[in-house]
Every structure is written in structure tokens, then in C-alpha cells.
Ligand binder design. Structure first.
Ligand code: HPA
Length: 264
């Protein structure tokens, strides 16, 4: 049984922590999903590079519904996602990890629900705590144990992309309470909750956001900082997977109880 999945963001394209890796694919009502499966510490772990293995899928064109549905279908209960982000404040520095706990949605064109009426009906999922508290606690305690600098909370502003933001947008996001900016957490986190899965994002600060950085932002600097910190990220993922107890029930897994539960 595959209980845990890693969704790799920018700079995380290969599941190098896994052994005996093989490629698999699954048909979903939203399209075909290719993913990898491998072993780590006696567990089968699934891996999806969110942007494709060669960073060829733009953030607004990622098939978030298909990816989450596919992971649910193969039995995944817990998703550890990684995300490269720009920082809106100087306390969250280059290379720092942040355990995102809230988001603000500035996306424009994405399907952010499995429930679009018709036979499936309509649901209004609660997102008071959008990111799984249990997974965040596990990540936090592991980081402290292995000596990785991590911020225990942060508000992620999700933009539509693929362009970077203007300084005026960043100033507005900061005034609204945003700490980080990225292009992919929405709708991934929402769909995971609708599918009653535990989901957590490890955000890594790869640049200061537009207008905070003294220079124009380049994709090159994002990749460079990401690459410099991949070993830390791997260590955090490996030690957290060791700690995850997939037999424990979590409130994320009852997110749609009011509607009779999520049905594939
Ligand atoms: N903006 C949006 N997405 C990002 C950034 C940014 O500055 N850095 C990494 N992903």
C-alpha cells in the first residue's frame, strides 16, 4: 500500500531518496497522471514532480485535480509537498524553510474543487487550518532535532504566474499579511483537503520578492538557491517520513464528513 506521497516543486524533480524506483501511470476523470513509486525505510512512497520532470508544465496549467485524485486512488493519505517561494519579509531569509499554515488566493483560472455541481453536488470545505497540523508538527520537531532553520508558520500568497509579481503587488500582499509568494499551493492544498488527505508544504525561500530584492528576479537564482539546499530538504523529508504514523486518524481525513465523505 502506498500511503505517503511527495509532490516536488521547482528544483525537486527526482525522488533521489527512494530506492527501486519505477514509473507508473493512472487514468483519472481529469486526465492521465504519471508518477514514480519507490521504497524508503520499508515504505512505498509515490512521487510527482509538479511541473513535470523537465519543468515543462507552467503553474497555471498543472493538472492539480488529476494529481490529487490519482494519489487518493492509489491509497495515499499523507502528502508532503515542496515549494520554492519568494520572501516578503527580511526575517524569512534565502535558504530558510517555512511551514506554511495559511494561504491567500490570488489565482485566476484554476479549477479549485472536485465538486462542480451535477451528480457530484457542491461542497464548502472548511479551511480554518488548511495545512495538516499533525504533519506540520512532525516536520517542525524533525527540523529542530536535525538542526535545520525552519519558521513554524507563514502565510503563502498564491499568484497565477507564470510571471513574477510587480513590486506594487508585493507591497499589497505584505500589507495584507502575506509572508511568502508562490504560484502553486492553490488549488493543490484545497483539493487535498476535499479528498480528505493530510497535506503539508515545506516552502523554501529562494529569493526576496519583487521590490524587496535589490535586483530583478531571475529563475536562475531560484534554481541556484534550491540546488544549494536540496540536501537539507532531503534530510528533512527522510526523517519526517520515518516519523509519520499512517495508522493514526487525523481530522483531515474527515473533512467532508458532513457530505458523506469524499468519493472517488
Ligand atoms: N514569486 C512567485 N513565485 C516564486 C517566487 C516569487 O518571487 N520565487 C519562487 N517562486
Amino acid at each position: 500500500m502506498i500511503n505517503i506521497a511527495i509532490i516536488g516543486g521547482t528544483g525537486v524533480y527526482d525522488p533521489t531518496i527512494l530506492e527501486n524506483v519505477h514509473q507508473d501511470e493512472i487514468k483519472t476523470p481529469y486526465g492521465l497522471v504519471s508518477y514514480k513509486v519507490g521504497d524508503f525505510a520499508g515504505r512505498s512512497i509515490a512521487f510527482i514532480p509538479r511541473h513535470g520532470s523537465k519543468h515543462s508544465i507552467a503553474p497555471h496549467l498543472i493538472n492539480y485535480q488529476a494529481n490529487i485524485w490519482a494519489m487518493k486512488k492509489i491509497g495515499v493519505q499523507k502528502i508532503l509537498a515542496t515549494a520554492a517561494v519568494g520572501s516578503l519579509n527580511t526575517a524569512m531569509k534565502l535558504g530558510d524553510f517555512v511551514l506554511v499554515d495559511q494561504f491567500i488566493d490570488f489565482t485566476k483560472t484554476r479549477k479549485s474543487t472536485f465538486y462542480e455541481g451535477g451528480d457530484k453536488g457542491v461542497v464548502h470545505v472548511d479551511l480554518t487550518s488548511p495545512y495538516c497540523l499533525t504533519l506540520r508538527e512532525a516536520l517542525l520537531s524533525v527540523s529542530q532535532k536535525i538542526g535545520i532553520v525552519i519558521h513554524s508558520s507563514g502565510t503563502y500568497v498564491c499568484t497565477e504566474g507564470p510571471r513574477f509579481e510587480t513590486p506594487a503587488e508585493i507591497a499589497m500582499f505584505a500589507q495584507m499579511g502575506g509572508h511568502l509568494v508562490g504560484m502553486t499551493n492553490v488549488p493543490e492544498v484545497i483539493l487535498a483537503r476535499e479528498a480528505e488527505m493530510c497535506y503539508s508544504t515545506i516552502a523554501m525561500v529562494t529569493n526576496y520578492a519583487a521590490g524587496i530584492s535589490p535586483n530583478p528576479i531571475t529563475y536562475g537564482e531560484v534554481i541556484e538557491i534550491m540546488n544549494e539546499n536540496t540536501e537539507k530538504l532531503k534530510k528533512l523529508l527522510m526523517n519526517t517520513i520515518l516519523l509519520i504514523d499512517t495508522t493514526l486518524d487525523c481530522s483531515c481525513q474527515q473533512a467532508l464528513a458532513e457530505y458523506g465523505g469524499f468519493k472517488l
